[in-house]
Structure formats: structure tokens, C-alpha cells
Design a protein around this ligand. Structure first.
Ligand code: GDP
Length: 618
């Protein structure tokens, strides 16, 4: 997400809608970010984008509404239009109030001093794979054979994660399997997982969700270990699975590749130790480390409201050591750790990196994927949480500036985007290949198309989450968008575009890459009227005397003339009159005269449908 340019409009909005240079100075002062689109600048100055584009043209700059202007260009034009530019206030020097994306924390550059304090930490593992291939069975058998029962009398608790010990070393497993949860967390900016174990059933082979899981793990740049499960079945065919995986780029080590594949049986508890050994081997190569001596921070794995204990949460410590009595902030939630227990229910007082723990003492229930951090004391925790809540209240709600096809070119020009990341969903495998081939061949300057994921089926929520996590656009061919996917896309500002003609799809992407794509236009039906009488006016041709039956008739609209449900004509309104007076609109129930450009053949009983075209805001 760091690759996006900040195109949010500044907060120094003026309330003066006119371009009048004599207006009060106060209302004509604006602040500008480093980059701003023409649309946002017009918004900030409260002028119409058309006026701004004209002013830009006067200054010799040919810009469309989505064009990104740099600060200096924007400032010159704004000054020409009578605005004063205020330099932005320096950033507050309270770093904790600003929420830090977890990915930034994890790629933290440690200071020389801190480097000496880094210690090895257990790897955090997520299990991915197709439904029924044995993810849950594998998690259960690993837990059952490697976890000693805790104080709670041997009842294993599900807290969203557990830690095992093998050969004197520890491994943390997140126990919500599947890429949906994995990517939903990533979409929130949290990367909890170090290693993905991909489960493939030996009798069933690579299936759609296997491919999906691979793409999701790759997009997260997490190493993959394959567990070929169910090898106890007579129909198991390990060779076939290895062949299928090789075909999609996971080549086993024995075949000269670099993907570790371990045949296992969750049911017969066969070869589980080898799988754990391989996880440790990969983590030795990756050298996962953290500094246990600093104040703790990490990720919320899940939050719950319990009748007897109040708000509780499972936290995964990523840095530092978490202690009972620590003051915590999680977004706008704060608290002081009253008690802490591990995944066996045993009370503990300290939790080191990679340990999942349940904490008590939060004021509210946090969400999975939220970032937590320990601060000096309760008061500070509370202040930070309250500041964040206040900052949110003041914030103008606005979609994050996610990538859209219309804005692609501008973002490329602004240096914010280097590849066009796509997630492609299609009705059948047969349509994926030609689309992929054509799009991969497109190269406009340095810009290329990169497929984050492609698959058969409707556009689902996990596709949208993957798009959020990898700055991608979702493209559908002959598929529907699931309502939950639409909802998340709307909240996150992810663009979903669907097509049912291949060349249209390819053309749009190509146009977008060259900055030639026209903004998507949506039709909005404004009203309907029925023709009561037809007047012939020699100079103007025919005018329909109508009654508005629904919505409103608009002068600046287009009209479809319908007779017996057939559309006879489609064109712009040329005149709209109440009696003899020209009007802009006429509401339901009223009568008026309507002229339609280049059309004379009205008949009594015809239906006129008024509609406008609006640019879909990306
Ligand atoms: P998930 O959907 O991937 O979590 O799969 P489950 O763990 O629920 O397993 C699906 C089915 O496969 C269940 O009926 C399991 O009992 C069965 N199963 C899981 N692992 C094995 C195995 O190693 N061998 C055999 N024969 N069956 C297994």
C-alpha cells in the first residue's frame, strides 16, 4: 500500500464556491498534498472540474479529470484562480498516534544497537488448501500429539492459534485454516504468517482452492511447504500430485525444484514429524527474529466477548515481551492486561515473540488483524485511543485511493504504480488462457500486466481482499459478483469490472495503460412521462405535450421514446416548457411540452423516459 501516491484532498477546504477574487482571504486559503488529481483539486477549491481544466489549458496543461498534478503545478493554477496556498503543518511528532501498518513494522530497519538484541523466534504457520483435503485434521493431529494438556484439565481450548514443541523447538500454528482468513488479515495490513503449509489430498490432487491458496501465499511472499495428505488411501497418487504442482510452478526438490513436499497422513498420524522438521528447516533458512527486550507489539488473532470475563482477545506477540500489567492500545481500544493465559488455558505472566496469548482487561473487543502495542502507562494508552477516535470523527470519510483502470495512467505518471496488478475470474478455464495471453503481451513503456490470481468462478470476498492486499483490480469475464464481495469492494474502494466480450476487456485494459480510457459512464433514469397530445410547430417540428408520471423530466437529459415497449428513438431533449416558459425540470404530476432533437414522430400514448449519464467515480 506504500506504493500509492497520496491523492487525498487536503483538509483546508474552502467554502467559497465561486471563483471570485474579491472574496474574504480566510475562505480562499487551501493546503495541497504532494500530488493531487484534477478532480480532488477542484473539490478542494470548490470549483467545477470543467473550470479547472479550462484554467489548466490556459496555463498550457492538457489534463483530464483523473490526471495527477504535482504540488507546484496545482499551486500555480490555484493561485491563478485566486487561492492562497498554505504550506502543510509539520507532522505531529507523536509517532504512536499515527497507526503504523504492520508490514512496515515487520520490515523494520533495526538500529545497530537493536540488531544485537535480536533473538530467534518460532515460525508462525498457516495451513491452506482445498476443502476436505485435511487442513483441520492436520491441525488437530499436530496439536494432539505435541501439546501437553494445560491446567484446564486437558481440555484443549481453541483460541485461534497454538504453539507446539518438537525437538526442543517451538512452532506457532494459526488454527483458522484457509486462505480467506489469511488474506482477510492481510487486507487489514497485518501479516501474521511466516510459512504456509499447503495441504493437497493425494487422491484428489490440485483443485481450484489449491491454486487459489498458492496465489494468495505467493502474493504475501510467504514460503510454501506442501503436505501431500491422505497417503494411506489406496487411491493416493503422489506422483500425479507432484506433476500437477510442477505444472503450476511448485517443483519438488527430488525433481530439481525448490519446493519441499512431505507425504503425510493426518488420519494415520504418519510422517507428521517430518513435516514439522521441514517447517523448522525453512525457518532456519529464513532466520525469523525479533527483539524480546523492547515493548511488545503484534497482531490480534481474534477477539471475543465473554459473559464472565468481558472483552478478551488472542494476541500474537511479534516484537518484545508482553507482560501482565502492561497498558495496551489497539486502534481506538485500550486496556491494561489483568491476566494472560496461553493456548492450554494456563495462566502466564510473560509472552515472548511468536507466542499466542489470551489477554483480559481490554475495554472493548478488537477485530482480527488489528495491530496492538504496549505503551508506558494506562493514561497514555487511553489518550492515544481517544485521540484516534477523535481524529476519525473529524476525518472526511472517503474511499482510500485504490487503483482503478481510469486512474491507472495518472498513477503511473505520478510514479505510484509500476505494474497493473489483476485478479481475473472467468466462467470457464477456456476463457482464462486467451485473456491472460493477450494481456500479458501488452507492454506500454515500462508498464506491464501482472496476474496476482486467476480462477474459475464468481468474484468472491477473498478475491477482493486479495486485491486490497496487493493493490490489484478485479476483472470478471462472464461471472457475477457475490454480494459480500461487492460490499467489501465498496468499503475498500477496490475496482471490480465485469465483461462478457473478450475484446472489450482487452481493449479497456489497453486503453487504461495508455491513459485513453474514458471514465465509465452509468445511466441514471430520472423520470417518465406519457404523451397526451402532439403539437406541430412549423419551425421546431413536433412538440409532445406530456404528463410526468414518475420522477422528473429534465431539460439537460436524454430521452428514450417508447411505444409498446419498443424504443423508437434515443436522443437529447431540445426543449422543455411549462406553458410558454423554458424550465429546467418538471416534477411528477405536472404537464409540460417536450421537444426531442431530430425527432418528430410522437404519437399519443408514447412513453418518454428521461435519463442522464453520470461518470462512475472510481
Ligand atoms: P479440511 O476441509 O481441509 O479442513 O478437511 P478435514 O480435515 O475436515 O478432512 C476432510 C475429510 O478427510 C475428513 O473426513 C477427514 O477424516 C478426512 N481425512 C483427513 N486427513 C485424512 C488422511 O490422512 N487420510 C484419510 N483417509 N482421510 C483423511
Amino acid at each position: 500500500m506504500a506504493s500509492r501516491s497520496d491523492t487525498k484532498s487536503s483538509t483546508g477546504r474552502t467554502s467559497n464556491p465561486s471563483n471570485n477574487r474579491g472574496a474574504a482571504e480566510q475562505s480562499k486559503t487551501i493546503t495541497l498534498p504532494d500530488h493531487i488529481t484534477v478532480r480532488d483539486l477542484a473539490d478542494t477549491m470548490s470549483v467545477s472540474p470543467i473550470d479547472l481544466i479550462k484554467e489548466l489549458m490556459n496555463a498550457g496543461i492538457m489534463a483530464n479529470i483523473n490526471q495527477v498534478l504535482d504540488h507546484d503545478t496545482a499551486a500555480i493554477v490555484a493561485e491563478d484562480m485566486g487561492y492562497q496556498i498554505e504550506e502543510p503543518e509539520p507532522e505531529e511528532s507523536e509517532p504512536l498516534v499515527e497507526e503504523m501498518p504492520i508490514e512496515a513494522i515487520r520490515r523494520r530497519e533495526y538500529s545497530e544497537e537493536e540488531l544485537k538484541l535480536l533473538r530467534e523466534r518460532p515460525p508462525v504457520v498457516t495451513i491452506l488448501g482445498h476443502v476436505d483435503h485435511g487442513k483441520t485434521s492436520l491441525l488437530d493431529v499436530i496439536r494432539a500429539t505435541n501439546v501437553q494438556a494445560g491446567e484446564a484439565g486437558g481440555i484443549t481450548q481453541h483460541i485461534g492459534a497454538y504453539q507446539i514443541e518438537t525437538n526442543g523447538r517451538r512452532i506457532t500454528f494459526l488454527d483458522t485454516p484457509g486462505h480467506e482468513a489469511f488474506t482477510a488479515m492481510r487486507a487489514r495490513g497485518a501479516q501474521a504468517t511466516d510459512i504456509a503449509v499447503l495441504v493437497v489430498a493425494a487422491d484428489d490432487g490440485v483443485q481450484p482452492q489449491t491454486r487459489e491458496a498458492i496465489d494468495h501465499a505467493r502474493a504475501a511472499q510467504v514460503p510454501i511447504i506442501v503436505a501431500i495428505n491422505k497417503i494411506d488411501l489406496p487411491s493416493a497418487n503422489q506422483d500425479r500430485v507432484q506433476q500437477q504442482l510442477s505444472d503450476i510452478g511448485l517443483v519438488p526438490e527430488d525433481w530439481g525444484g525448490d519446493t519441499i513436499m512431505v507425504p503425510v497422513s493426518a488420519k494415520m498420524k504418519q510422517n507428521i514429524d517430518s513435516l514439522l522438521d521441514m517447517i523448522l528447516l525453512v525457518s532456519d533458512l529464513a532466520e525469523f527474529k525479533a527483539n524480546p527486550q523492547r515493548t511488545a507489539e503484534g497482531i490480534v488473532i481474534e477477539g471475543r466477548l465473554e459473559r464472565s470475563r468481558g472483552a478478551t482477545a488472542t494476541l500474537l506477540v511479534q516484537e518484545g515481551t508482553l507482560k501482565v500489567g502492561d497498558a495496551l492500545v489497539i486502534g481506538e481500544i485500550y486496556g491494561k492486561i489483568r491476566a494472560m493465559s496461553d493456548h492450554t488455558g494456563k495462566n502466564i505472566r510473560r509472552a515472548t515473540p511468536s507466542m499466542p496469548v489470551v489477554v483480559l482487561g481490554l475495554r472493548d473487543v478488537p477485530d482480527a488483524g488489528d495491530h496492538f502495542e504496549v505503551v508506558a502507562d494506562d493514561r497514555k494508552a487511553r489518550n492515544i485511543a481517544e485521540d484516534r477516535a477523535a481524529a476519525r470523527d473529524q476525518q472526511v470519510t472517503r474511499h482510500p485511493s485504490a487503483l482503478s483502470l481510469e486512474e491507472l495512467y495518472a498513477q503511473v505518471q505520478a510514479g505510484a504504480v509500476e505494474t497493473l496488478n489483476l485478479i481475473l475470474k472467468a466462467d470457464v478455464q477456456g476463457s482464462i488462457e486467451p485473456i491472460r495471453d493477450s494481456l500479458e503481451r501488452l507492454e506500454i513503456g515500462e508498464l506491464r500486466v501482472k496476474f496476482i490470481h486467476e480462477g474459475v468462478g464468481n468474484i468472491a470476498e477473498s478475491d477482493v481482499n486479495l486485491a486490497v492486499a496487493s493493490d490489484a483490480i478485479v476483472i470478471g469475464f462472464n461471472v457475477n459478483v457475490e454480494p459480500s464481495a461487492e460490499r467489501v469492494a465498496d468499503i475498500e474502494g477496490v475496482q471490480i469490472r465485469t465483461y462478457n466480450i473478450i475484446y472489450r476487456l482487452i481493449e479497456d485494459v489497453q486503453l487504461a495503460m495508455t491513459g485513453m480510457l474514458e471514465p465509465e459512464v452509468r445511466e441514471v433514469v430520472q423520470g417518465q412521462a406519457v404523451v397526451r397530445q402532439v403539437f406541430r410547430v412549423s419551425r421546431l417540428g413536433a412538440v409532445a405535450g406530456v404528463q410526468v408520471t414518475e420522477g422528473r423530466a429534465l431539460r439537460n437529459a436524454r430521452v428514450r421514446v417508447k411505444r409498446n415497449n419498443a424504443v423508437l428513438h434515443d436522443g437529447p431533449v431540445s426543449s422543455l416548457k411549462r406553458f410558454t416558459e423554458d424550465v429546467r425540470e418538471v416534477n411528477t404530476g405536472y404537464e409540460c411540452g417536450v421537444g426531442v432533437a431530430n425527432y418528430d414522430d410522437f404519437e399519443e400514448g408514447d412513453i418518454l423516459e428521461f435519463y442522464t449519464e453520470e461518470v462512475v467515480q472510481p
